[in-house]
Design a protein. Structure first.
Length: 482
């Protein structure tokens, strides 16, 4: 009799355990599926019934939450220096969704991510305490770039080449994400959405454009890696006046034919001689040029974790000989973001090793327990160390004697490359002014890329050295002088 009772007790206990497991599974896994369903209004309301987690820069929260007084949407997102950090945070709107880090880590920040839940949370289907996102952004570098871009339309990115940490992502004009964080911000949303949403456009990460002569760094890397250049001080034998291969079109250089005729690579980079780099690209051919560009990140969507979409581009479709030559100077169909050009320079500064760029160091729960860590990022040797050393040598000459002189930081080693890219049918639009550089001092290093799309400068005065290099200088100085 006792055995029968014991068996019945065990059976009942197993049934209870099975029921608990089933309930837990339904609530934890199916509940998470419902939480992820953007059409689930209960989930939408639930996101804003409690304060959201924080996005953090330098140990300080740059986001917050404030009470709305409403029943369903009890809290809404707030921002500290919203326009300064908008390219990093994106927006979190009760009416219009999320973007950038707010979008990537939406479930962590609103407490619905299953990794945040305790066992009791799973059993009760209670929303967990929200987690936090710790960024790699340096507030001083970010602010230096933002201030320097005022009065200009453009963007800038800075990376620590040794760690891959993104130190700054800045756009100007920017926008205040707090202006659209509520449920009734139609007027503000319409204003930001005007002109195809240009006010919210992330030029630094998501708008590839012709990089102009800054791309000559990629061409030079391909030429050295493939044995076409073995000495940067040896005359190249490339003539100027120069005719684009396969055409009767002359390709001028701003420095003039006398200075660029038979120039060495060092001189060609300093004076930005188009003939030298167009001919190097032509001799290398499309496949070798593309292979080098792709090692450096072109033609790849990069997750920072904000995705670079569309990616920077080196043409994959078969090109004619004249088109390949034009890619050597960053024209034709070559397109790059400031992030991409900062990556190129970072790899050059870091001995040819490209460390995966990232703007988040850790994602934690409310108690500081790490859910994700990016402190040991992937890296790849994308060019020989000797190749990188030769390019740095030539870049130092650009900064010391060429158009990059405005980027000099006292007491630091600085190398750079200017760029001016033509735009529009028959160059009808103002050219893009580019500058990319690296700086190092006292065991610290930084790589920067800046593009200016528009300014009040006379068209004849638009150039990367004049417009973009001073911005890069302020960014590098903010990091190296800490």
């Amino acid at each position: 009799m006792n055995k029968t009772i014991r068996r019945a007790s065990v059976f009942c206990l197993l049934l209870v355990l099975a029921l608990l497991v089933r309930v837990t599974w339904v609530q934890a896994y199916q509940g998470q599926a419902l939480a992820d369903d953007k059409h689930n209004r209960r989930n939408l309301i639930g996101q804003y019934q409690n304060p959201l987690g924080s996005i953090i820069v330098g140990g300080e929260a740059i986001t917050g939450s404030e009470k709305t007084g409403g029943k369903d949407f009890g809290y809404k997102r707030t921002y500290v220096d919203g326009p300064l950090y908008a390219p990093v945070t994106g927006y979190n709107s009760q009416a219009y969704g999320t973007s950038m880090l707010e979008g990537v880590y939406k479930n962590v920040l609103n407490g619905s991510d299953s990794r945040l839940k305790t066992v009791m949370d799973m059993l009760t289907n209670k929303r967990a305490a929200p987690g936090n996102v710790l960024t790699t952004i340096d507030k001083d570098v970010q602010k230096a770039a933002y201030d320097a871009l005022q009065g200009k339309q453009g963007a800038a990115v800075a990376i620590d080449p040794a760690t891959g940490e993104i130190l700054a992502v800045v756009n100007n004009p920017s926008f205040d994400p707090g202006s659209i964080s509520g449920a009734n911000d139609q007027k503000a949303w319409d204003a930001l959405s005007a002109d195809k949403g240009k006010a919210m456009e992330n030029v630094a990460l998501r708008k590839p454009q012709a990089p102009g002569s800054t791309f000559k760094l990629v061409t030079l890397a391909a030429a050295i890696e493939n044995g076409l250049v073995t000495d940067i001080d040896q005359p190249t034998g490339i003539p100027d006046p120069y005719t684009i291969p396969g055409t009767r079109t002359a390709l001028p250089s701003e420095a003039g034919s006398a200075a660029c005729n038979n120039a060495s690579v060092r001189t060609a980079l300093r004076l930005s001689c188009n003939n030298v780099f167009a001919e190097l690209a032509s001799k290398l051919g499309q496949d070798k040029m593309r292979a080098t560009a792709e090692k450096l990140g072109f033609n790849t969507q990069i997750d920072t974790p904000v995705r670079t979409n569309p990616p920077s581009k080196y043409p994959s479709k078969k090109m004619s000989v004249d088109q390949v030559a034009q890619t050597g100077i960053g024209q034709f169909d070559v397109q790059a973001t400031p992030l991409q050009m900062a990556m190129v320079t970072a790899a050059i500064e870091n001995g040819g090793k490209l460390v995966a760029p990232h703007m988040v160091s850790e994602v934690t729960d409310a108690n500081g327990n790490v859910l994700e860590s990016f402190k040991i990022p992937k890296s790849q040797q994308v060019m020989k160390e000797k190749t990188a050393s030769m390019i740095r040598d030539a870049m130092r000459t650009v900064a010391a004697e060429g158009g990059g002189r405005p980027a000099q930081v006292p007491g630091a080693e600085v190398g750079g490359k200017t760029g001016t890219a033509q735009r529009g049918v028959k160059n009808s639009l103002a050219p893009l002014a580019w500058f990319t550089s690296y700086g190092k001092a006292n065991g610290k290093q930084i790589a920067v890329a800046v593009v200016i799309e528009n300014s009040d400068t006379d068209r004849s005065e638009i150039g990367g050295g004049k417009l973009a290099a001073p911005i890069a200088q302020k960014m590098m100085q903010a990091w190296l002088k800490k």
